[in-house]
Design a protein around this ligand. Structure first.
Ligand code: AHR
Length: 534
């Protein structure tokens, strides 16, 4: 963590109730494409401690790993390197641990839709051809290695089954392999492979994006709904403690059909979202700030329509601020495996990614009653927060956001009223979006009398003066503000400049009913402060 540097725009001070000021909202929207330095805007955050959104879900800060390019091989797993006996890369594992990953979804993604788990167990592993990405899969990293990885990083495993070329029986055999203790042919295989104790994998996804024509074994809505119901039934016959999800896409026929037919068997509706394209600019990225909330709201509507609100929750189990460069998996033309290497270009990932990711996490926090799981996609390499290369790792700007939220937000999410002006940002499609200058999520630990307030300034150039107010309460203790920003809007971290974008910390003293903190442009912060017992 570096000290407040030349940016110097992070100021924090407290106002006694008597000294409270009325902040006048400036109403000067940014012209699209215009850069207006030093245009301070104001955000008013009114916290009402009676209005709670509920508990922050423990599985909220999760990740995704797919057998795609260098995520597994050359990412987390490299048996020939300085890795431990497990073949896991210790430098990568160490960086992942610091993120406190609650859950990791694996093995895909599209990869899962033609993956047969038996290819990845036992002493004899033969390579197979991965038809999703049209690359050779060595199969040296399989179920046992994945569970060992999860244990090494402290995450709960979340396995995505083959809903493309697989069968309900193959899925339920996989549950047997992982969760039964004996008297099962598949569980005995696990024991023979050196794992006498069941893995106890609780979280399972039935298929991946089976609604899309790009997916191997894509199906129509009615076919898919019956298939999910039968798969879930068989998996539960093996282990009735499993927690099951199935993919939804926001289409009313697909989602409602699935939920009506198989909803009784499901615990989670799986949603994916990639907000902007690979080369989108800062402005185009923040123009998508409302996208995560829209995706969540759409899934909530589907659950509401079939009366499953509260019973079935949402697994936002693939999310990234950007789409990935693919080798051409739609099956048209020749695969171009050079294409996916473009995802590894560290200069792509700037404060735009960090700010949009913070907006995503804020949305997930605010919808904690419906969102049970989120998975940043992927965890390592391509578009992930960690870039692993032969000489070590680079922590991209999104890494710092992930770490900030996982380590500092608190167990309960409070409702809060945010008043902030909007600015105009040009979209990728050539339109103009109205973007809020700031975004917030408020978390609390009532027993400890602590608040952690996540605040994002989305504007590329203008500071944001945030006035935080809790009517009838006093902020009673000192605190601090940890902020991620960068001197330039397109700054990034890479092998030669690993800390260009890194967090800074400032002290905050407040004894009043309100305090003000000024956030630098394009920044993500968490304010930690004590309060009277809540
Ligand atoms: O590009 C990765 C792919 O994105 C995942 O495999 C799929 O689930 C999503 O469409």
């Amino acid at each position: 963590m570096r000290e407040l540097g030349p940016l110097g725009t992070l100021r924090a001070w407290a106002l006694e109730p008597s000294g409270a000021t009325t902040q006048v909202l400036s109403a000067s929207p940014l012209r699209t494409g215009a850069r207006v330095p030093d245009m301070t805007a104001h955000l008013e955050l009114n916290i009402d401690w009676h209005r709670s959104f509920g508990e922050r879900n423990p599985l909220l800060f999760g990740y995704f790993l797919e057998h795609f390019h260098r995520q597994i091989y050359g990412g987390i797993f490299q048996p020939t390197s300085s890795a431990g006996s497990s073949g896991l890369r210790l430098d990568v594992i160490e960086a992942i641990r610091r993120l406190q990953p609650a859950v990791v979804r694996w093995p895909g993604g599209c990869f899962a839709s033609s993956y047969h788990w038996r290819d990845g167990i036992g002493p004899q592993r033969l390579p197979s051809f991965d038809k999703a990405w049209r690359a050779e899969e060595p199969n040296t990293f399989g179920t046992d290695e994945f569970v060992a990885f999860c244990r090494a990083v402290g995450a709960e495993p979340y396995i995505c089954t083959n809903g493309g070329t697989g069968t309900p029986e193959e899925m339920s055999d996989w549950v047997e392999y992982c969760n039964l203790s004996g008297k099962s042919r598949n569980a005995r295989l696990r024991v023979d492979n050196g794992n006498a104790q069941p893995f106890g994998v609780r979280l399972w996804s039935i298929g991946n994006e089976n609604y899309g024509d790009w997916e191997i074994g894509a199906r129509d809505a009615a076919e898919w709904a019956r298939y999910v119901r039968e798969s879930a039934k068989m998996m539960r016959r093996v282990d009735d403690r499993v927690v099951l999800s199935a993919p939804a896409c926001g289409d009313i026929d697909w989602d409602v059909g699935l939920l009506r037919c198989a909803g009784e068997q499901l615990d989670l509706l799986a949603v994916h979202g990639y907000a902007a394209h690979g080369g989108a600019s800062y402005e185009q990225m923040v123009a998508r700030a409302g996208y995560p909330e829209q995706k969540i709201a759409r899934a909530e509507q589907m659950l509401e329509l079939v009366g499953l609100t509260g019973r079935v929750r949402i697994a936002f189990d693939e999310w990234n601020p950007r789409h990935w460069h693919h080798p051409g998996h739609a099956g048209r033309g020749r695969p171009n495996l050079d294409e996916w290497a473009r995802n590894d270009d560290n200069s792509t990932y700037t404060m735009a990614d960090a700010v949009l990711h913070a907006c995503f996490l804020n949305s997930a926090l605010r919808h904690c009653q419906s969102v049970a799981i989120t998975n940043f996609s992927p965890l390592v390499n391509t578009r992930g927060p960690i870039y692993a290369y032969d000489g070590g790792v680079v922590l991209r700007p999104t890494y710092h956001v992930c770490e900030l939220y996982a380590s500092r937000t608190l167990p309960e999410v409070l409702d809060a009223n945010v008043i902030v002006e909007h600015f105009k940002a040009g979209t990728e499609q050539g339109g103009v979006a109205e973007v809020p200058r700031g975004d917030a999520a408020v978390t609390i630990d009532r027993a400890a009398g602590r608040l952690a307030i996540a605040l994002t300034n989305l504007h590329p150039d203008g500071p944001l003066e945030c006035e935080v107010w809790a009517p009838g309460r006093r902020f009673a203790a000192t605190g601090g503000v940890v902020t991620l920003t960068a001197p330039e809007v397109d700054d990034f971290n890479d092998v030669d400049h690993p800390t260009s974008v890194s967090p800074i910390r400032a002290e905050l003293a407040s004894t009043g009913e309100r305090f003000t903190v000024t956030l630098p442009p394009r920044s993500v912060s968490v304010v930690e402060i004590g309060a009277e017992p809540w």
